[in-house]
Design a protein around this ligand. Structure first.
Ligand SMILES: [Zn+2]
Length: 316
């Protein structure tokens, strides 16, 4: 299933020519009133995702093991169950005394492995006085998945919902400064081991997907040819600006990585976080989040589901 390294690198060089254009001006963040309630639309609502992002941030920093992390789990479960998803918390202890919790959600009957996993991390960086709010690095992915959950629960989209599992990972952030093979990605590493051979075929992971004027850079070194092509096709189909929806000539330690290494076709939708001084600082708050940016991300994921999980054609 997974392309070999040479094939992936070849795809990287080939696709970089066609898809990636670096640069583009940063949009200034828009001032956006927080909506009062979730709106019932038949397309992805950036306002709804923005509302979820604001609600999560109102809990304060949500580092692993904190009361705010537990409150966040309750909010996510309530929102998911309200639109018909069945939720399940998976508790684990990567080392003694460090309890963590991943949250899973499926739609429809049965517990058979769904072919597509949509994921994000919900822990935020830093503990105690160093804890940051993580509006983009933490809440934006979860906010997007919550709005996708609502959209997928609508009758026209239930064929997709039945083939998707949502996972909200704990412990993505490292306790040290940077993620290393030993520190960070605790939730995704645990989850891939827990599943054993019963893995999904595909995974789309969202991380830092709500910043105003963001540039997404899919890391091609750990992404298969197939997923790079599907991503470029989706960007093109939606006429998204190619200078802001790019391929990144590199690899990231992120929650897709343990799954990619296990042979899952992964796509990591992640903003080029190294470009700003906001990353892992107190500047990562709601002022950098944009409903428009969240909507673009949500629409891209929906387009990818249409491409990767085609519904059976209706017989007359
Ligand atoms: Zn982070």
């Amino acid at each position: 299933m997974r392309g070999d390294v040479a094939g992936t690198l070849f795809a990287a060089i080939f696709l970089l020519v066609g898809c990636e254009k670096q640069g583009g001006p940063e949009e200034s963040s828009e001032i956006h009133p927080v909506p009062q309630s979730v709106e019932s639309t038949v397309s992805f609502s950036g306002n709804n995702a923005y509302l979820h992002c604001a609600k999560l941030c109102a809990l304060g920093p949500r580092p692993t093991g904190s009361p705010a992390y537990v409150a966040q789990l309750a909010y996510l479960r309530q929102q998911l169950e309200q639109v018909g998803w069945r939720t399940h918390e998976e508790n684990f202890e990567p080392y003694p005394g460090r309890k963590m919790t991943n949250l899973h959600a499926v739609y429809g009957e049965g517990d058979a492995q769904r072919p597509m996993l949509l994921s994000c991390h919900i822990d935020t960086k830093g503990q105690g006085s160093k804890a940051i709010l993580g509006a983009d690095d933490g809440a934006s992915g979860a906010a997007t998945l919550l709005e996708l959950a609502r959209l997928l629960s609508l009758e026209a989209n239930r064929g997709y919902a039945a083939r998707v599992e949502l996972v909200f990972f704990d412990g993505e952030e490292s306790f040290g400064e940077r993620i290393t093979p030993e520190d960070g990605l605790y939730g995704s590493r645990y989850d891939v081991n827990r599943r054993g051979d019963n893995l999904p075929a595909m995974m789309i992971n969202l991380d830092m997907v709500g910043g105003a004027g963001k540039t997404i850079g899919v890391p091609v070194w750990d992404t298969t040819v197939t997923m790079c092509e599907q991503y470029c096709q989706a960007v093109s189909a939606l006429h998204l600006p190619e200078e802001r929806w790019t391929l990144h000539n590199g690899a990231y330690w992120d929650d897709h990585r343990p799954f990619a290494e296990a042979g899952v076709e992964t796509l990591n939708l992640i903003a080029q976080f190294g470009k700003g001084s906001w990353w892992h600082t107190r500047k990562d708050n709601m002022s950098r989040i944009s409903a428009h940016s969240l909507r673009e991300t949500g629409e891209l994921v929906m387009q990818l589901l249409r491409q990767l999980l085609p519904l059976p054609t209706q017989s007359s």
